[in-house]
Design a protein around this ligand. Structure first.
Ligand code: IPT
Length: 953
């Protein structure tokens, strides 16, 4: 005897995509057909299993008065019902496809609505769900419409025959887990709910059902061809082009082409007997030719990013303004491409990409990454039973998004291994839309794809591929490379972007890449600030691996985005300060430089003394020109001088205001005079103190106590930094995870042995050995203090002892100041920089505060260093470096920073801790990809560096 009544919920575990839905079609907003948004507050009831409740709630007259309410679009786990779960690739349930756990949070949603006055009575009506995670069963007025899976894809049902003028009851039962969950193992939060719009669409008699706008652009003739196929006949007009043709008919006229840089859209209209549909038409041709991805005859270079949909309070339920914010931020940071990792985005996002100009890789809602744990056994993409579901997903993406000029690639999905199902998807897509290319990274033989795509390949391998020395199948050798993911923006980083960009620009075969990823998926949390994996008591989770974006959860740009903006700037500005010329290179693929205004300025010790306009020809893409700079202002004796040349928007554009900075370059004229201090003062002792110039020291330890009236916690050698996510590295990278090795070798618990305090005629010298317990390695460290009576110079000499097998995190001194707030410096800024993340560090005079110097990484870690600092003033001291140094100041110690899990764990103390570093280890990308390149390592080597301290009044 069987007690489990499975029939009612069989669909949940059915590998089939669903039943009852209409065939997929283009997503558009009609000009004249009525529609009714069903977004808003819905009645909601959460059950622990799929079959805990019967379906009587769908019957008209059901009293849901005591149910809770949730907002649609939304995720119930972000609205007080249950909790989110974060796993990277592990399925948070036993892997036994297509079965899912008995514990299957199920949300019954109810919405009662009236038709607005004047709602037409002719034709049909559909209800469209733009996104429901992960499986839904739908009823209208007690009649079941069907069920579906495919969370980030639209599903539409015919409902005209069921509608009443008032009191309509739309009932939706949503299951968190379903067979579909096996296909949706993307690295992100599991967030059930009706998270995109629900809309009622009137379909007048004779209305368009589906249409396909085909455009192309012939770069030789300058003509565009348009043909709109529609399954209901009608006419197509484009007034600006004098086009008025029947559907199905081709027309060729001179046009301005569409590109991400010049997103020319023509407004048109498709008119059938029953409906008018606005069209936004972009003419462009995407081909693979000569082994290159070409648009409108030119090879393009992707300067892209992977974008998940994210909002810190609403999860993947994004409003239009948030989507626009993403696009504007991307445009303002010189990005030209988005991969919609790892599912089709809200369709309005693609409208924005068309309008503002971004190349799009539109990715299907498919990932089966968790099967990697069982060597891909039972992988649904290699099991024919699942193929209909895969094809359904491919069709729902392509049909929905096919009319967007911004979409140049269809991507089959992400991290799904290999298999016949993927081949079937690729074949169907190629057949349905031969005018776009197909992407999938998991296919290193490029069996199904039109591009060789990789993720996190090292610089060396990328270069090999660029040089066509990588081998591979015959087909692959004929294809260009893109890195669909690289530069892992988790925490501090990613490092090494400039080095990748140099390769992308050097080799034709390399057509750029997409940083992983756009935004940290932190969830706003009352106690933790932003929550990440594990903060909701998940049984399995991957911690802060979900916070790996170029922008913070609140969408403030992180230093990684500022760095990327500089690295991918579309204008090269290189100069020679000595001969006063600047070489300007147009790195756009399509646009000339006429939209930009150039400006020169001249700095003396970082301060701008003169500035003016620089006239630069409107260079065509790829062209360079040498432009003469004006005569430099009268020589500033004994000062460091330089030119800065900036490219700014010449006028307001749709994405940025006039004077928005697009690119810049700096070139030195005269070098910095290094600070000197004549060692004329003689150390004296009295009581328990030693005096030298403005300073006092502890006579027994030689520790600095005061500089003039400023109390100082004595500087000591410091080699420790709170490991970044990239220092720690991903768990699967076992060999060179320095975050772990540094801890193993005790660099976070160095002891300072005092060997000697020596007074001589002109110096106080303190000899020490800095070393960790348990190990024989150490750093013999000598502090030598001299003074000319007003200024105090410290020279630190470091000699490594023993066999150092790891680089140092940092090398410098740390001191404490009793009081400090405002900070002024001459050096790199305004933001943070590290050896391999300092392209955007601009040499100048900057000011900030100790609090503002902190970079708010969601998981606290080393941050906030300023590079190439000549001098800094804070806490009543001026500190000059010989040579330039890295400056960091914070209200907590490195040790406190290291133990904090969230920003809210950091409590400001009384002391401001200041690190003055001679060196920093690079950042790299090892939280998922390669570590720093060798040239950014900080090896344990003999070093000597000095600082000059003086009191400022
Ligand atoms: C890669 C995934 O494609 C992406 O979704 C994300 O998880 C990223 O890693 C890391 O944040 S897969 C990786 C194992 C190479």
């Amino acid at each position: 005897m069987s007690f489990r009544t499975t029939t009612a919920i069989q669909y949940v575990e059915d590998v089939a995509p669903g039943t009852g839905a209409l065939p997929p079609r283009a997503w558009y907003a009609s000009s004249d057909a009525a529609s009714l948004s069903l977004n808003g507050s819905w009645r909601f009831r959460l059950s622990p299993t799929a079959d805990a409740e019967d379906d009587s709630f769908a019957e008209p007259g059901y009293d849901a008065g005591d149910w809770a309410e949730v907002g649609v679009p939304g995720h119930w786990v972000l609205q007080g019902h249950g909790s989110p779960i974060y796993t990277n690739h592990l399925y948070p349930f036993p892997v036994d496809p297509p079965h899912i756990p008995t514990e299957n949070p199920t949300g019954d949603h109810l919405r009662v609505f009236d038709l607005p006055d004047g709602w037409p009575s002719d034709g049909g009506v559909t209800v469209r769900f733009d996104g429901v995670e992960s499986c839904a069963r739908v009823w209208l007025n007690g009649t079941e419409l069907g069920e579906f899976k495919g969370s980030r894809l639209p599903h539409e049902f015919e409902v005209g025959h069921l509608l009443k003028p008032s009191g309509n009851v739309l009932a939706v039962r949503v299951h968190q887990w379903s067979a579909g969950s096996y296909l949706e193992d993307q690295d992100q939060w599991w967030l059930p709910g009706i998270f995109r719009d629900v809309t009622l669409l009137h379909r007048p008699a004779g209305s368009v059902r589906d249409f396909f706008v085909h455009t192309s652009y012939d770069h030789l003739t300058g003509e565009g061809t348009l043909r709109v196929d529609s399954d209901v006949d009608g006419r197509v007009s484009v007034p600006a082009l004098d086009i008025d043709v029947a559907t199905g008919e081709s027309v060729t006229v001179p046009v301005e082409p569409w590109s991400a840089e010049t997103p020319k859209l023509y407004d048109g209209e498709l008119v059938t007997a029953g409906e008018r549909v606005p069209l936004r038409i972009g003419f462009r041709t995407v081909v693979l030719e000569d082994g290159l991805i070409k648009v409108n005859g030119r090879a393009i270079l992707f300067k892209g990013v992977n974008r998940h949909e994210w909002h810190p309070e609403r999860g993947r339920a994004l409003d239009l303004e948030t989507m626009r914010e993403d696009v504007l931020l991307m445009k303002r940071h010189n990005l030209n491409a988005v991969r919609t990792s790892h599912y089709p985005p809200h369709p309005a996002f693609l409208d924005l990409c068309d309008e503002y100009g971004l190349w799009v890789i539109d990715e299907c809602d498919l990932e089966t990454h968790g099967f990697t744990e069982q060597a891909w056994r039972d992988n649904p993409v290699d099991d024919d039973r699942w193929t209909p579901a895969l094809l359904d997903r491919a069709a729902r993406m392509v049909e929905r998004d096919k009319n967007h000029p911004s979409v140049v690639f269809w991507s089959l999905g992400n991290e799904a291994g290999t298999g016949r199902g993927l081949t079937a998807m690729a074949e169907w897509i190629h057949e349905r839309d031969p005018d776009r290319l197909v992407h999938y990274e998991g296919d290193w033989n490029c069996r199904d794809t039109d591009v060789y795509s990789r993720m996190y390949a090292s610089h060396a391998e990328v270069e090999q591929i660029g040089r066509k020395l990588d081998g591979g199948t015959h087909k692959r050798r004929e294809l260009p490379l893109i890195q669909c993911e690289y530069g892992h923006a988790m925490g501090n980083g990613p490092g090494g972007l400039a080095d990748y960009q140099r390769l992308y620009e050097a080799y034709d075969r390399l057509q750029g890449g997409f940083i992983w990823e756009w935004i940290d998926h932190g969830i706003k949390h009352p106690e933790l600030g932003y929550a990440y994996g594990g903060d909701f008591g998940e049984e399995l989770h991957d911690g802060n691996f979900v916070c790996d974006g170029l922008i913070f959860p609140d969408r403030t740009p992180s230093p990684g985005l500022v760095e990327y903006k500089k690295v991918i700037e579309p204008v090269g500005i290189d100069g020679d300060g000595a001969d006063g010329t600047v070489r300007v290179t147009n790195k756009y693929d399509f646009a000339d430089l006429s939209a930009l205004a150039f400006e020169w300025s001249y700095q003396v010790d970082g301060e701008t003394v003169e500035a003016g306009a620089l006239s630069v020809p409107a260079l065509a893409p790829g062209e360079s020109a040498d432009v003469k700079l004006p005569e430099p202002p009268a020589d500033a004796q004994g000062a460091e001088t330089q030119w800065t040349v900036r490219a700014l928007l010449a006028a307001d554009t749709v994405w940025g205001p006039k004077d928005h900075e697009v690119a810049w370059g700096q070139f030195p004229v005269s070098a910095r005079p290094l600070p000197t201090v004549a060692a004329t003062d003689r150390p004296t002792t009295s009581d328990r103190l030693i005096y030298l110039g403005p300073a006092s020291f502890d006579a027994r330890t030689g520790a600095l106590k005061t500089i003039g009236g400023v109390e100082v916690t004595a500087p000591r050698l410091d080699v420790w930094r709170a490991p970044t996510d990239n220092d720690d590295g991903a768990e699967w990278q076992t060999d060179t995870r320095y975050g772990m090795l540094w801890r193993k070798y005790g660099l976070h618990r160095m002891r300072h042995r005092l060997d000697a305090v020596e007074l001589t005629d002109d110096a106080l010298t303190v000899r020490t050995r800095v070393a960790p317990a348990a190990w024989e390695v150490g750093l013999a460290t000598v502090y030598r203090w001299t003074s000319d009576g007003t200024r105090l110079r410290l020279t630190v000499s470091v000699t490594p002892e023993g066999d150092w097998t790891v680089p140092l995190p940092r090398l410098g001194i740390r001191l404490g100041l009793a009081q400090a707030d405002a900070v002024k410096w001459f050096g790199g800024g305004p933001g943070e920089a590290y050896p391999d993340t300092k392209s955007a560090s601009m040499l100048g005079r900057w000011h900030s505060t100790v609090d503002e110097l902190q970079t708010p990484y969601v998981r606290p870690q080393e941050n906030g260093a300023r590079a190439d600092v000549r001098w800094v003033e804070l806490g009543g001291l001026r500190i000059e470096g010989d040579p330039e140094f890295w400056f960091t100041a914070r209200r907590w110690t490195t040790e406190q920073l290291d133990t904090a899990r969230h920003r809210t764990d950091l409590t400001p103390g009384d002391t401001v801790w200041v690190n003055l570093d001679h060196g920093q280890h690079g950042i790299g990308s090892q939280s998922c990809g390669p570590g720093p390149l060798p040239q950014y390592f900080l090896p344990a080597e003999p070093a000597e560096f000095s600082f000059v301290f003086s009191e400022i009044n």
